[in-house]
Design a protein around this ligand. Structure first.
Ligand code: ZN
Ligand code: ZN
Length: 308
């Protein structure tokens, strides 16, 4: 995801210089929310109610943009959206600062293609399963791969998106979304509400910390959800269902179900499984803005269900 930060509009160069710049920017982006936590403690910057509200709202926009837009719509074609809605979902996903839409999709399709094998870009099983290997694997799958890894080739994994001129226009300008929502909007809103100090607290809480939350919620699906949890369905990989991440991941943590049925619009396929992204797609379908949504049915689920 974030490793593809320099990908748009062209694939990342693989020269040592380009790789160094890419790694430096990735480290900076991973470190910015950590620095923001330091600033909160060091400068005593408690959030205002406005900061918390904006932080939660922008976290929801980014998470739903990534899960509904980048993941279920673009990567797996789980439904078809009206053109205006498709644009909106992609722009919302771009606010997550997880790289360009095309770079994100290429990387995620590569993950499904090689899941938990040696060619998976972010498998936590890359270092074996003994204690130290699990720790190293967790760090690698959570964020180490962003620094170490090579972006997946869009020509190989996302030719359908490269041929989509309307989407490629957003792909060229995707970075405007995080610039506006991480920096410009928080500073403007905070300044209007409380001058310089207001701008500082809103930037830290609703800008930098918000990005950190979204990143770690997303990255947990790659790390936690391939290590610990239930495996109700037969898959070739180590994907798991992790109920305690369901809310913050907007339903993506039903990851074993997702690997078993990648094209479904809903990942929380069993009774009582919270899936906000799936709920949103169902709502949009009722409005008539989404068509061709692929929903689970009991026969399909039972055919892949593992015996207890
Ligand atoms: Zn996975
Ligand atoms: Zn997927």
């Amino acid at each position: 995801m974030l490793a593809a930060i320099l990908a748009p509009p062209e694939p990342v160069g693989t020269s040592p210089g380009a790789r160094f710049v890419q790694k430096a920017i990735t480290v900076l982006l991973i470190g910015a929310p950590v620095a923001a936590v330091g600033a909160v403690v060091w400068l005593a910057l408690p959030p205002t109610l406005l900061d918390v509200a904006l932080m939660l709202a922008m976290t929801a926009v980014a998470m739903l943009g990534v899960t509904v837009g980048f993941h279920r719509m673009l990567t797996h074609r789980a439904f078809t959206a009206a053109p205006w809605l498709r644009d909106l979902l992609v722009w919302a996903g771009a606010t997550s600062l997880e790289g360009s839409p095309v770079g994100w999709v290429a990387m995620h399709r590569e993950h499904h293609h090689y899941s938990d094998t040696g060619k998976d870009p972010h498998s936590p099983h890359a270092y074996g399963s003994v204690a130290l290997g699990t720790v190293r694997g967790f760090v690698h799958a959570h964020m180490g791969w962003l620094i170490e890894g090579f972006p997946a080739k869009p020509e190989k994994y996302a030719p359908d998106l490269l041929a989509d001129r309307r989407l490629m226009r957003i792909n060229t300008w995707w970075w405007i979304a995080p610039v506006l929502t991480v920096l410009v909007l928080p500073v403007a809103v905070g300044w209007a509400a409380g001058g310089a100090r207001g701008a500082a607290t809103t930037l830290v809480w609703a800008g930098l910390l918000r990005v950190g939350l979204v990143h770690h919620f997303s990255w947990s699906v790659n790390s936690v959800c391939h290590l610990w949890g239930d495996r109700p369905f037969e898959t070739r990989d180590h994907s798991r269902n992790v109920s305690w991440l369901a809310l913050v991941s907007a339903g993506e943590s039903w990851h074993n179900a997702h690997h078993a049925f990648p094209t479904l619009a809903r990942h929380g396929v069993d009774e009582g499984q919270m899936d906000l992204a799936g709920d949103l797609i169902a709502l949009l379908e009722r409005r008539g803005w989404v068509t061709n949504a692929k929903w689970p049915n009991p026969e399909m689920l039972d055919a892949r269900r593992r015996s207890a």
